[in-house]
Each structure stands twice: as C-alpha cells, then as structure tokens.
Write a protein that binds this ligand. Structure first.
Ligand code: GDP
Length: 432
C-alpha cells in the first residue's frame, strides 16, 4: 500500500489528526515528548482507498521540539513515505522548527500536503494565509479535534498518493479454483474420477455457472469447487517426445489459473525430484498448497515409517502445508480434502492489520534484534502487509537484513498467526 507519513512538532496535534484519519482512538492522543509509541503504522481507508499511515512522532529521537530532531523525523519520513503530511499549528504560526522541516521536505522531492491545524472556526482561518510562506503550497485548514476540514484534507492527500496496486484477479465469486497437480502416475485422473463420478448430477445443477470445458466442477465437503485445467487428466494425451515438458507446462498453467493447488504425491514411492519441482512451482507462483499422499492403501508399516523420515528430510521448507493421506482407489480419507483446502485458502487470504503487526514486530525485535554485521546494527523500523493471496510483507529497515533473520520472522509469523497452507513473501526496503 502507498505510505503517508505524518510529520510535525510535538503538540501541533499530529496524533489527534492521525486518530481523525483512522476514525478511531487508536493512536496515543497526547504528544508526550520522548514517548515511544508501540504502534507507528496503521491501515487507513478514505473514499474506498487504502493506504498506510505512518506516525513519525514515535521515533522522535529527542522530542524537545528542537529543530534538529524534528528535521531528522522529516528526513526519515522522506525515505519511507510516498507522500508526507506536515502538520503545523495555525494559531502559533511558523516557528523556526517548522521552517527547518519545510526546507528538508522541499529538498526531498516527495509530494507534501500542508495541514494548518487547530483552525476550529472561521475566525481561525485568518491565520492560515501566513503559512504559504513555508513554500509547500496551499495550507489546508483543519481542526483535528472537531473534524472541521479533515475531509478536504484527505481528498488532497489521496490526490498526491499513488494508487495501490490491484489485489489480483481472484475473489470474483463462484467456486474456488483448485489445481490438481503432480508428476505422471501419482493418481491424478483416478482421484478426479473418484470425486466426480457420483456427484455429476449435483455438479450439473449449479445454476448459472459457466464452466470452461477444460475445468471440472467437483463437490467436496458440501461445497462445489472448480478443478481447473482437468481436460488433460480426463483424456490422456500422449506425446511422442517431450512428454515431461508438456506435462510441466500444463502443471504450471493449472497452478497459475488456480487459487489453491493440491499436489498429489505417490506415498508408496520415494519423493522425487519431479515432485519437488511441482511443489516449487506452487510456492513460486504464490498459490495456497495442500499435500495429498495418494495410494495409502499400498502402504505397510515399514513404508509408513520411511515416508515420515522422507517428509522430515525433503519437505522441511513446506512444513506449513496441510497433509492428507488418501487413496483414490479405495476413496480413503478423500473427504479430508475439503477442510484442508479451506485451511490453506484461509491462510492465503489472511491479513494482519498494520497496527497489530507492528506491535507484534516491535516485541519480536526487542527480544531478538538483528545481529550486528560489520559493526553495524540493522534496525527493523516497521512493517506492513502489502497484500494477501499470498500474504506479502514489506519490512522497512535501516540496512541489509540476513536471510536467516527474515526466515526467523516468517517462522514467528506462522507460530503466532497461523498462515497454514500458504507461502509468505517478505521483502526488505532499506531506508537510511
Ligand atoms: P495420473 O497420471 O497422475 O493421472 O495417474 P493415474 O490416475 O492415471 O494413476 C496411475 C496409476 O496408479 C493407475 O494404474 C491407477 O490405477 C493407480 N492408482 C491411482 N490411485 C491409486 C490408489 O489410491 N491406490 C492404488 N493402489 N493405485 C492407485
């Protein structure tokens, strides 16, 4: 999401304005000098547009109102934000600190909106014109306390903030889209037959659903699912050469078209390189994942034990994926597929509100700071969940972050928030 940073001296009413924008009493209301807030970033919504609001007041290194400290705050805002909201106290007028901050913001090249706060009535508007002298364009009169003018101010903010990227092409309603994938002979067509045969009538009765002829509607767990790109599973196409290549193309296309993939594995045989490639495609495409171990009817005690060891060894990186042990032949545990699919889709769509994410993150960082590298300590400043399907997080930091550390954050995210069945993407944005 685009980031708006709020900057200003203590006591100009930043936090009150932040609360006003959020429409709730989440931020600390008083500008208490030196108080480090546990929340620094919030999800905001105005006129149907979402953005992240960063309250830079929380990082005031020295909040005595001195120009240097506030100028640092402004510099920080310039590096993390797409746009900056500078709040000044219209009743006080331009202070030296305000002027210093304005100079930093002018040089920064980011769009700036100037809020002239504490304009509680028309009389107060007389004070506003003077603020043009800051050289930041039109001052917008607002009363954070009473809400006067805040709508116009937010409209102006949205004008300068870039649009959030599209969420993607899913969630248009209708049955959820499932890819049934796996290397040849794991039992994909057998499973498809097992789940479609006896409910063809139900499936045909789903009114008003136009189904691509290459897809199949399947009823599982009292719900209809759209298995995508199943034509090739029903009618086996054989290639003179390059069979594996065509199979992998089709696998990739099905995964691309789906929200969640069931990767079918043959439990009676060792996990292969080809199984791993299918799993990697799902993870890299960013789809939800369910692992289904098929041919369970063929397993004896020894093979079961061996399989557990193979899973521990070869599937470490996707420990988070739900597993079902099934048999397409005997229909064993086929009814376990639907709950597993739902679990994975839930994780795939999950969102952590920015405020909560950052309280959680600041605790994590306090307990486990990033290791010092070359005499330097990378600070983890804040994070946002930039999107879902799959969950994507952006870490704003003061320097490079060890891969092991982002893995640690991912592991903790999974421990504390679940995210079962979904890959998680974490990217780092360095702000100095
Ligand atoms: P696909 O290439 O993945 O579509 O695999 P198929 O569905 O064609 O199955 C390959 C072979 O495995 C066939 O001989 C199936 O009869 C057999 N098979 C599929 N599922 C099972 C199962 O659950 N148990 C056993 N014992 N055999 C199965």
């Amino acid at each position: 999401l685009p980031v708006l940073a709020v900057v200003g001296r203590p006591n100009v009413g930043k936090s009150t304005l932040v609360n006003r924008v959020l429409g709730r009493r989440e931020a600390v209301v008083q500008d208490v000098p030196g108080v480090t807030r546990d929340r620094v970033a919030y999800d905001a919504l105005w006129n149907g547009r979402r953005f992240t609001l960063v309250d830079t007041g929380g990082w005031e290194p020295d909040a005595q109102g001195r120009a240097a400290a506030i100028a640092d705050q402004a510099r920080y805002a310039m590096t993390v934000a797409d746009a900056v909201l500078l709040v000044v106290d219209a009743r006080v007028g331009i202070t030296e600190t305000d002027a210093a901050v304005a100079r930093v913001l002018q040089r920064g090249g980011k769009p700036v909106v100037l809020a002239a706060n504490k304009v509680d009535d028309t009389k107060g508007e007389a004070d506003v014109a003077e603020l043009w002298r800051l050289g930041l364009g039109e001052p917008w009169p607002v009363s954070a306390l009473h809400g006067r003018g805040s709508g116009d101010l937010l409209d102006k903010v949205l004008e300068v903030l870039p649009e959030a990227p599209q969420e993607g092409r899913f969630g248009t309603g209708g049955p959820r889209r499932v890819a049934l994938v796996g290397r040849p002979n794991v039992g994909k067509s057998s499973l498809l037959n097992a789940v479609t045969k006896e409910n063809r009538a139900v499936v045909d009765a789903v009114a008003g659903t136009t189904v691509d002829p290459v897809d199949s509607l399947v009823e599982l767990g009292d719900e209809v699912w759209r298995f995508v790109d199943t034509a090739g599973l029903r009618k086996k196409v054989t290639f003179a050469s390059g069979a594996e290549y065509y199979a992998s193309l089709r696998t990739a296309a099905a995964i691309e078209a789906a929200e969640v993939a069931v990767v079918l594995l043959d439990a009676s045989e060792p996990l292969s390189e080809q199984d791993q490639r299918v799993i990697t495609t799902v993870v890299e495409t960013g789809r939800a994942l369910v692992l289904a171990f098929n041919k369970w009817d063929l397993l004896d005690e020894d093979r079961r034990e061996l399989l557990e060891r193979e899973i521990d060894r070869d599937l470490q990186r996707i420990r988070w994926a739900p597993r079902v042990n099934i048999s397409a032949r005997t229909r064993r545990a086929v009814d376990k597929l639907a709950p597993a699919l739902r679990t994975s889709l839930e994780g795939w769509e999950q969102r952590i509100p920015t405020g909560r994410l950052n309280s959680w993150l600041s605790e994590l960082v306090a307990a486990h700071p990033h290791p010092v590298r070359g005499g330097k300590q990378t600070r983890i400043l804040f994070a946002t969940q930039a999107g879902s399907k799959p969950p994507r997080f952006v870490l704003f930091t003061s320097g490079p972050v060890d891969v092991a550390y982002t893995r640690y954050i991912e592991r903790r995210l999974r421990e504390d928030y679940g995210f079962a069945g979904t890959p998680i993407q974490i990217t780092v944005r360095i702000k100095e």
